[in-house]
Design a protein around this ligand. Structure first.
Ligand code: ATP
Ligand code: FE2
Length: 334
């Protein structure tokens, strides 16, 4: 029977259990998504959701024919970054399971997990990562033992911007997929470039999205067509990310681009990534949608890479860190 690493994700809205075997075969996660009834995500309410869902997710693991508790070799969990109350639920469950199963505990960096699951699933080796999620927007590349942040958002995450725009017009969380749908329904022949002017937020290697959000909301409130604004938001926001990613590839000399994070589910950002890479003789990669959004399997996959390079987390070092940075973690694995 295969030996397994269990991974627990709980940084924000998603509570998820996933696992990989010690050879790196990925299995689908069991996940529960917290959707606020109104407004944004309240950390305490999301944490309560995770607490309530824990037993159901564990039952789903129990009835998974590929999973057996006896095969679990280690338990990894998201140690940060994220919402403190949510992170603490995942960490507590992980500590409890590691203790009950008498196996090591591995605290992992959530952002790096997005990279490693993408490298596993797509087979790319040394990419520039464009990490586009709700809370994070970063362009990352590995150099001298760390994943370095070469550029990032100066204000809100790109997914957050999409979700806030959608919420303003009564579209429930997550807003990104609905904006994509509306954007696809827009006939670009009918665009009026004179009327629709939005800010383009690239500042050197960094990006900004709050100006775009405010302007887009104002245009719809002033009577502009919702579908055209959805299309336009996507064009502006995605182009700014792809521009920074291209500059990062030029500076680092890397010839692979990997997309990661929930916004990487979007077909337009994938298409832009592909066009940019084709133009410079590079190659674009993205994980399947189930592994773009937050999931326990990616936490298990990073845990596997860490334990196989001899890294585990002692109980006394297992406190969560809501402000953990991508470039804080020493990367010992290949
Ligand atoms: P992180 O903690 O890494 O910041 P996160 O908590 O935001 O991640 P993810 O699951 O990585 O969680 O991403 C969720 C985001 O992805 C939401 O903002 C959602 O609107 C966005 N998203 C999901 N699908 C799409 C899509 N098809 N197009 C655009 N955005 C999408
Ligand atoms: Fe994430």
């Amino acid at each position: 029977m295969a030996r397994l690493i269990l991974g627990i994700e709980s940084t924000a809205h998603t509570f998820s259990f996933g696992y990989v075997d010690t050879e790196g075969k990925l299995y689908s996660s069991k996940s529960a998504l917290f959707k606020p009834e109104s407004g944004g995500i309240h950390p305490r309410e999301a944490a309560d959701h995770h607490t309530i869902k824990a037993s159901n997710l564990i039952s789903q693991l129990n009835s998974d024919e590929n999973f057996d508790w006896k095969d679990v070799e280690a338990v990894s969990f998201s140690q940060g970054p994220g919402l403190g109350p949510c992170l603490r639920i995942g960490a507590s469950v992980a500590r409890g399971l590691s203790n009950k199963l008498s196996v090591p505990l591995i605290g992992v960096n959530h952002c790096i997990a997005h990279i490693e699951i993408g490298r596993n699933e797509t087979g790319c080796n040394d990419p520039v990562l464009l990490y586009v999620s709700g809370g994070n927007t970063q362009v990352i590349a590995r150099s001298e033992g760390k994943y370095r942040v070469l550029g990032e958002t100066l204000d809100i995450g790109i997914g957050n911007m999409l979700d806030k725009f959608a919420r303003n017009f009564g579209i429930a969380f997550p807003g990104g997929p609905e904006i994509e749908k509306l954007s696809n329904q827009f006939n670009t022949d009918s665009i009026n470039f004179e009327r629709i002017s939005l800010p383009y937020g690239v500042h050197g290697m960094d990006m900004a999205f709050s100006g775009l959000l405010t302007s887009a909301i104002r245009l719809v409130e002033d009577g502009e067509n919702m579908k055209s604004i959805c299309w336009s938001i996507q064009e502006h926001a995605f182009a700014s990310c792809i521009e920074v990613a291209e500059r990062a590839m030029a500076h680092t000399g890397k010839s692979e681009l990997l997309l990661g994070g929930g916004v990487a589910c979007n077909s337009r950002i994938r298409e832009m990534a592909e066009i940019m890479c084709n133009e410079r003789g590079a190659k674009a990669y993205w994980p399947s949608k189930q592994f773009c959004i937050d999931n326990g399997t990616m936490i298990a996959e990073l845990g596997r890479r860490m334990i196989q390079s001899g890294i585990i987390t002692q109980l006394e070092d297992s406190a969560v860190n809501p402000y953990l940075r991508t470039d804080y973690t020493q990367v010992e694995w290949n």
